[in-house]
Design a protein around this ligand. Structure first.
Ligand code: 5GP
Ligand code: ZN
Length: 113
């Protein structure tokens, strides 16, 4: 999907904003951070959103959450963090390549807007 922004980011070249890159998962800093730590984790494979996940994605999802755990530790998010994935227009999904936001470094309000 050469017209997909996150497929292009996954393909590289990677700059300093990329914190993790494996065969299956890439993690990088959000260009417009909403918290002191605001990272995005994506599968390399183009999947539009969690609505398109199947059992074949079990492995990549497990890796996403392993990487979340290790990056939260690396970013010293000792007092908590939030993992968010938006699906569709009502949720404000603006990039149609599955991504998980990892937000932390400040108290996060609830409910979200
Ligand atoms: P969504 O609104 O789809 O849940 O999240 C998309 C996120 O991608 C937004 O937080 C936005 O700031 C981020 N984003 C959009 N374009 C780029 C980009 O070119 N590079 C990076 N690092 N983040 C981006
Ligand atoms: Zn894509």
């Amino acid at each position: 999907m050469s017209d997909c922004l996150f497929c292009r980011i996954a393909a590289g070249p990677h700059d300093a904003g990329v914190l993790h890159s494996s065969d299956r998962v890439v993690a990088f800093r959000d260009v417009n951070p909403q918290a002191p730590t605001h990272l995005l984790l994506i599968p390399r494979e183009h999947v539009a959103s969690v609505a398109d996940l199947t059992g074949s994605h079990d492995g990549v999802l497990a890796e996403v959450f392993e990487v979340i755990r290790s990056l939260a530790e690396r970013e010293s998010l000792d007092t908590g963090y939030r993992v968010v994935t938006n699906v569709g227009v009502d949720a404000g999904q603006s990039v149609d390549h599955l991504h998980f936001h990892l937000l932390g470094g400040r108290a996060l309000g609830w409910p979200p807007g």
